[in-house]
Design a protein around this ligand. Structure first.
Ligand code: SAH
Ligand code: SF4
Ligand code: F3S
Length: 374
């Protein structure tokens, strides 16, 4: 029996697919890279932008023929898209050959759904999970080991679907994280450990027992062994001087900081509910550069947020010019049903969003060329 997992979205999903892979192999499935050979096909989906969802619909739809030829193949769709009840129901209705539709919190019970499918199609969406549940992983990212330190997000940036599909912030206990890190190090196969969370800087806020991100970083660095430590993602509103200091002073911590700005304009940042200003963002960058001269700073930007004017977009261009990031991701704003921004008046048309994103990407290219020649 063979399985294949098709993963969309962020590193969190990549890591969760490692959990699914563990469960599949424990059940006796072997990995294949061909959908046609698989007895179990899993789509671990992402809901962040419309494009991500469209790709899933297209790829799931394309399995109709395959399922006709091999009706015993089990097809499962899980992750952030199917955490939304409406989308889950839409998939069940539109693709009658899909056997299992579950949300983000159901993954640890994946074995149950596979066994239950004999009795009929499975649909279940839990609304909460335990970030400390202890399903092992089949690590698949070479010499990098992902370690989840928290789930969910409390920030409710007005454009973003994540808080709706990943729930509220829940941190894992320091003890369990350290135990996992010690195990990873003792295996001797991993050179790098990357901590994952939607907003790693708010690690521990929900535990109320003194845990926080800088303390966690320090404790991880104390684990004996030869490894490098990295993390993503940092929210600018929560990146403290203490964290900057720890990154600067610990040799084990890589000096890569992904710090999504999203926009360079204060009115738009406010509408996005980002809780910092352009000035505050630049201030953090200045502090990072001062304390960590070799820092590699990267960022994310959204263009064409509702009501964004040409001048406000120019503020984003200027921020990128000013900071000269070591890399940026630029996205066209994509309205997500159920979020505040999707309801806002003044949605920008696709063509204009595309024009702006191309300008930003062009600028980014020029900056990277310039940096290469420096
Ligand atoms: N938790 C992380 C990022 C999560 S999503 C953070 O807060 O930075 C990754 C990136 O996708 C975001 O930084 C943002 O730039 C982009 N993104 C999120 N929602 C989007 C939307 N509705 N349209 C376009 N891009 C979006
Ligand atoms: Fe989304 Fe904002 Fe949370 Fe990041 S911080 S996951 S952009 S709501
Ligand atoms: Fe996508 Fe879910 Fe990550 S929406 S970006 S896979 S948290």
């Amino acid at each position: 029996m063979k399985y294949i997992i098709i993963t969309y979205g962020c590193q969190m999903n990549v890591h969760e697919s490692e959990k699914l892979a563990y469960i599949c192999e424990k059940m006796g499935y072997e990995l294949t890279d061909k959908r046609e050979d698989a007895d179990l096909i899993i789509f671990n989906t992402c809901a962040i932008r419309e494009g991500a969802e469209d790709r899933v619909f297209g790829n799931v739809g394309a399995l109709k023929k395959l399922k006709k030829k091999r009706p015993e193949t089990i097809i499962a769709v899980c992750g952030c898209m199917t955490q939304k009840e409406q989308t889950a129901n839409y998939i069940l209705k539109t693709f009658p050959f899909v056997d299992i539709v579950i949300g983000t919190f159901n993954l640890p019970n994946f074995e149950y759904y596979i066994n239950a499918v004999k009795k009929g199609r499975q649909l279940e969406i839990l609304n909460e999970g335990d970030p400390d549940e202890s399903v092992p992983y089949k690590r698949t990212s070479g010499d990098n080991a992902w370690v989840n330190i928290m789930q969910g997000c409390n920030n409710f940036c007005t454009y973003c679907i994540v808080p709706y599909v990943r729930g509220r912030e829940k941190s894992r206990s320091e003890e369990n994280i350290l135990k996992e890190i010690r195990e990873i190090v003792s295996e001797g196969k991993y050179k790098k450990i990357t901590l994952l969370g939607q907003n790693v800087n708010s690690y521990g806020n929900d535990l109320k027992t003194g845990e926080n991100f800088s303390r966690l970083l320090k404790k991880i660095c104390e684990v004996p062994g030869d490894f490098k430590l990295s993390f993503m993602t940092s929210h600018p509103k929560d990146l403290t001087e203490e964290v900057i200091y720890v990154i600067a002073s610990e040799d084990k911590i890589l000096k890569d900081i992904h710090l999504p700005a999203q926009s360079g304009n204060n009115r738009i940042l406010k509408l996005m509910n980002r809780k910092y200003t352009r000035e505050k963002y630049l201030d953090i960058i200045r502090k990072i550069r001062e304390k960590i001269p070799n820092a590699r700073i990267t960022s994310d930007f959204i263009v064409g947020f509702p009501t964004e004017t040409e001048e406000e977009f120019e503020d984003t261009m200027n921020l990128v010019r000013e900071v000269k990031f070591d890399g940026i991701f630029a996205f066209m704003y994509s309205p997500r049903e159920g979020t505040v921004a999707a309801q806002m008046e003044g949605q920008i048309d696709e063509k204009e969003k595309r024009r702006r994103v191309n300008l930003l990407l062009q600028l980014e290219k020029e900056i990277q060329e310039e940096k290469k020649n420096d």
